[in-house]
Write a protein that binds this ligand. Structure first.
Ligand code: HEC
Ligand code: HEC
Length: 205
């Protein structure tokens, strides 16, 4: 009898544990689905990676706030008074392709180049001086970006001007975030609806 009762207790304990475990298992999907915050965090963390790359000198130097390209890691205005010009390809004799060819010229302080033609990003696609909030909004604003989400992903994945940031020629530091990580972060951010970080966190420069 005693033996039986002890077993019964065991069984009861067993059932209780089974119940507890199954309750936990059933709860899990809810717990995962519940906090929208978790998904948004991932999107904003991804944007942080994107932002870090876009603010890197290899990228920002061609996306300046003004009408002159920038140079070097301290964003100096381009030497020789090079200007944007009406088509983002220079002014008068100072055309970008007068010096920038279809590939990087070897040696320090030699002009870099890409196969598709070196030129400045249009005035609306400024990266310089934008907060996280402003840059996220800019990328998704059809007035300024004129690229759809798919075109943006395509651009950051395979455009020669972007890829140049990881192969910038002698004497220039490449972007430190691996390109695959940057492209994946960009995709994650867009897939999550491209949320902009809140304004107040954003004042960096
Ligand atoms: C030689 C100049 C140059 C460099 C260097 C450059 N870009 Fe650009 N970027 C451009 C031009 C030009 C465009 C516009 C392309 C178009 O409209 O087809 C552009 C557009 C973009 C866009 C689209 C912006 C928008 O609002 O739609 C992104 C994103 C971008 N570049 C990212 C980068 C990244 C990341 C780097 C560095 C790894 C970089 N760029 C380096 C010239 C440059
Ligand atoms: C007279 C020749 C000349 C012209 C014209 C010229 N560049 Fe340059 N550019 C150079 C040289 C040389 C360098 C390399 C400077 C160095 O590394 O010290 C350079 C570097 C750059 C860099 C720096 C990249 C970096 O991250 O440090 C950018 C961006 C750039 N040029 C954009 C342009 C654009 C855009 C145009 C046309 C609007 C242009 N340049 C016209 C000679 C020229």
């Amino acid at each position: 009898m005693n033996f039986f009762r002890r077993h019964l207790r065991f069984c009861a304990l067993g059932f209780f544990m089974l119940f507890a475990v199954s309750a936990l298992v059933q709860c899990r999907p809810e717990a995962e689905a519940a906090p929208d915050g978790a998904a948004a965090m991932t999107a904003l963390e991804s944007f942080e990676v994107v932002y870090g790359v876009l603010q890197h000198p290899r990228c920002m130097n061609c996306h300046p706030g003004g009408d002159r390209p920038l140079q070097h890691d301290d964003h100096q205005p381009h030497a020789m008074n090079v200007q944007r010009g009406p088509d983002d390809r220079g002014r008068f004799a100072m055309r970008c392709d007068a010096c920038h060819g279809t590939g990087n010229l070897p040696g320090a302080n030699m002009p870099p180049g890409v196969s598709t033609g070196w030129h400045l990003a249009p005035r609306e696609m400024v990266f310089e001086g934008l907060s996280r909030h402003e840059l996220a909004k800019m990328l998704m604003d059809p007035e300024r970006s004129h690229m759809s989400s798919d075109e943006l992903i395509e651009h950051v994945t395979s455009d020669p001007l972007v890829l140049w940031g990881w192969d910038p020629g002698d004497g220039r530091e490449p972007v430190p975030t691996p390109h695959a990580e940057f492209a994946a972060a960009f995709r994650t951010w867009i897939a999550a609806g491209a949320p902009a970080p809140p304004e107040e966190e954003a004042q960096v420069r």
